[in-house]
Design a protein around this ligand. Structure first.
Ligand code: GLP
Length: 265
């Protein structure tokens, strides 16, 4: 797990865009896993800007969304499908047939979840999964106590998550209690994971994720077992980390390690 501490939210986004850009340069048909929420918005905006400048091209890129509210139609203004369309997909030259998402109103939930997993596999898996984090350490909508090897399925949201997400709903009673989410096992199969966090409100979840024990009570803590997990956070989100200086030291020395390894070849 690599902990990358940046000055502020803008730098968190820039670092993430850099990772995606570098990966895209090596593989133009990159398979991206997309998270909803406030945190990745700056990444999506910058990626769309990069494409406008002609520096990146999404025509071969494939995307899979991480989760969706159960019971909301795709065109519901608060569905994650609408979020993704409005904040990212409609601004880039991605092909419609390369956009995959969980359907909040499937005919058969189990079949739909199984087919989603199969679809991800048919593209060779997710190259980079972008993640935010809930204050309780959830990733996707895998709330605490989710099996650390879970697959795509229905979950019941915690009261706190419902409250946090209700800001976008005019009628609070409309906030869904259930969702579909790719599982923790599904997420862990991604080749690289970039978990982003910004602000003091996320500092406890980040502390538990990075320096706490691996536990289903903090779903994001499983990322400690992922060989290519990047935790990209700002100073505030990093404020409770005990080994903050070490992580910064490692990051500053990264170039040197690469130079050293190159010379040894
Ligand atoms: C939701 C989403 C998560 C997201 C989390 C944090 O519950 N299902 O994927 O990471 O909220 O959202 P935010 O970035 O708005 O804090």
């Amino acid at each position: 797990m690599e902990v990358i501490i940046k000055q502020d939210y803008n730098h968190v986004c820039e670092e993430t865009v850099r990772l995606i850009y570098q990966a895209w340069k090596k593989k133009n048909n990159l398979v991206l896993g997309l998270a909803a929420g406030k945190t990745p918005l700056g990444v999506y905006k910058r990626l769309a800007e990069l494409q406008k400048k002609g520096e990146i091209d999404f025509s071969q890129v494939v995307t899979f969304s991480l989760d969706e509210y159960l019971g909301l139609k795709e065109n519901h203004p608060q569905s994650f499908a609408s979020y993704m369309e409005k904040n990212f997909l409609q601004h880039i030259n991605i092909k419609k047939e390369n956009i995959f998402r969980l359907n909040g109103t499937p005919e058969n939930i189990d079949d739909h979840c199984r087919e989603y997993e199969e679809r991800i596999k048919s593209f060779g898996g997710i190259d980079i999964q972008i993640l935010g984090i809930g204050k309780n350490g959830h990733i996707g909508f895998n709330e605490p106590s989710s099996s650390l090897s879970s697959r795509t399925r229905v979950k019941t949201l915690t009261q706190d998550t419902i409250a946090a997400n209700s800001r976008l709903f005019k009628n609070k009673k409309e906030v869904p209690r259930f969702c579909l989410t790719t599982g923790i096992g599904t997420i862990m199969e991604s080749k690289m994971i970039a978990l982003l966090a910004s602000g003091e409100g996320k500092s406890e979840a980040i502390y538990k994720t990075v320096e706490g024990p691996i536990t289903a009570s903090v779903p994001a803590s499983i990322l400690q077992l992922h060989p290519e997990a990047k935790i990209i956070i700002d100073q505030e989100a990093a404020s409770l980390l005990n080994e903050k200086e070490y992580y910064q030291w490692v990051y500053r020395n990264k170039e040197r390690v690469n130079e050293f390894l190159e010379k040894k070849k």
